[in-house]
Design a protein around this ligand. Structure first.
Ligand SMILES: Nc1ncnc2c1ncn2[C@@H]1O[C@H](COP(=O)(O)OP(=O)(O)OP(=O)(O)O)[C@@H](O)[C@H]1O
Ligand SMILES: [Mg+2]
Length: 372
């Protein structure tokens, strides 16, 4: 456990970067420090590995004041990942990753062997081992940064906006990979970001900081979203705070109904099959494996006794959600995007499980809110 006990930091020019911070980052959890630029996140993080010394108060690791540890030794025990990797430009990928084990005296062959394993763990092909950082994409550099920080198998990992220099798609991938890694490794991680979505996604607990280095709320993401401590936190969470909060409630309790369907349809749809569906307003076209293809307005078929419906005339379902694994947020989003006002649920193979309408989702939200 990392403990901040009444920690303040005033820089030489008088800037109060951190003001009386008390915080406990639990062992084996991801604690996220989040807040707008200049609120003291980096300063707080760097007081853990003594790159910055507090002006007052104590930072301790498992009860031992960090000031009693030699800074160089301390830093070897604590992995540190920064934006854009912070890699050594004149060292290859494998040399970068093997840096700390080599410093700690691990013989070269073993250090390289370990580096190879780590490349695999963070999803880097071994063909990249001999490249230099400038020969990698931003996302690949970040992976090297994470692998390097893990090389000495440190119990603690500090990450300062590690994913902010990559595009949103790669960023999501890296976040997911970090969560996967963490579920295997169970490190104590302190993660800094100014992105509230990233904080909510990664944090077991999030610490929201305000400019002037003040901690304003420290709680689980779910509770921060449901009950922001003050107007600053509320505005920081944004206008879709309620929607974000829904990501904590599984969609599996949603009652699903079976919509009128036509299909299997590969190519033009046989209108004969739609007779039974004419009573409902929208008909879902499905393929031979019952995977949704799109919505069809039943009125367009009324009276038709034969002929075909062009697949091109189907309206997109928007996206489907997975009742087994997704949250109410995904179900609501699917509803909003659906021309039929029905969120389409599918199984892991993409086959139709059922649909939920607005009332179904509303009721589920009410129940979730009442239980929380
Ligand atoms: N070495 C320094 N000397 C003087 N002031 C500093 C120094 N380092 C940081 N500061 C100031 O301390 C405050 C907190 O800075 P810090 O880097 O901790 O913020 P941050 O939350 O990490 O911001 P960002 O999101 O922009 O990275 C800022 O006002 C900054 O200008
Ligand atoms: Mg910073």
């Amino acid at each position: 456990m990392i403990t901040f006990d009444h920690v303040s930091k005033r820089y030489d020019d008088g800037t109060l970067a951190v003001d009386d911070l008390s915080l406990e980052c639990a062992t084996g959890e991801i604690t996220v420090l989040v807040g707008s630029s200049g609120c003291g996140k980096t300063t707080s993080l760097r007081m853990i590995n003594r790159l910055v010394e507090p002006t007052s108060g104590t930072v301790s690791i498992d009860g031992t004041d960090v000031r009693s540890s030699d800074p160089a030794r301390l830093r070897r025990m604590i992995g540190y990942v920064i934006q854009q990797g912070g890699l050594f430009p004149h060292r290859t990928v494998i040399e970068n990753i093997a840096t700390v084990p080599r410093l700690l005296g691990t013989p070269r062959p073993q250090a390289r062997q370990r580096a190879q394993e780590l490349m695999d763990l963070v999803g880097l092909p071994s063909s990249m081992a001999k490249r230099y950082p400038y020969q990698l994409s931003g996302g690949q550099q970040q992976r090297v940064g994470v692998a390097r920080a893990l090389a000495a198998d440190p119990p603690l990992l500090l990450m300062d906006e590690p994913f902010s220099a990559v595009d949103p798609v790669v960023r999501k991938e890296l976040q997911q990979e970090l969560l996967n890694l963490q579920s295997q490794l169970g490190k104590t991680i302190v993660f800094v970001t100014h992105d509230i979505d990233e904080a909510v996604r990664l944090g077991d607990r999030i610490a929201v900081m305000q400019v002037g280095g003040k901690l304003v709320q420290f709680d689980t993401p779910e509770r921060v979203l449901a009950r922001p401590a003050n107007a600053f936190v509320e505005s920081f969470l944004g206008l879709d705070r309620g929607i974000k909060w829904l990501s904590f409630f599984p969609a599996k309790e949603l009652p699903l109904r079976l919509p009128a369907t036509i299909g299997p349809a590969s190519g033009p749809v046989d209108v004969h099959r739609v007779a039974a569906a004419a009573a409902s307003e929208w008909v879902l076209a499905v393929d031979g494996d019952r995977r949704p293809l799109g919505w069809l307005e039943a009125a367009a078929l009324n009276g038709a006794s034969s002929g075909t419906v062009d697949l091109g005339s189907l309206r997109s379902i928007g996206h489907a959600f997975s009742p087994a694994t997704d949250s109410l947020r995904a179900a609501l989003d699917a509803l909003v995007l659906s021309p039929a006002g029905l969120a389409v649920g599918v199984d892991s193979g993409g086959a139709l499980v059922g649909v939920a309408n607005q009332d179904d989702i509303n009721n589920a939200i009410q129940t979730a809110a009442a239980d929380s």
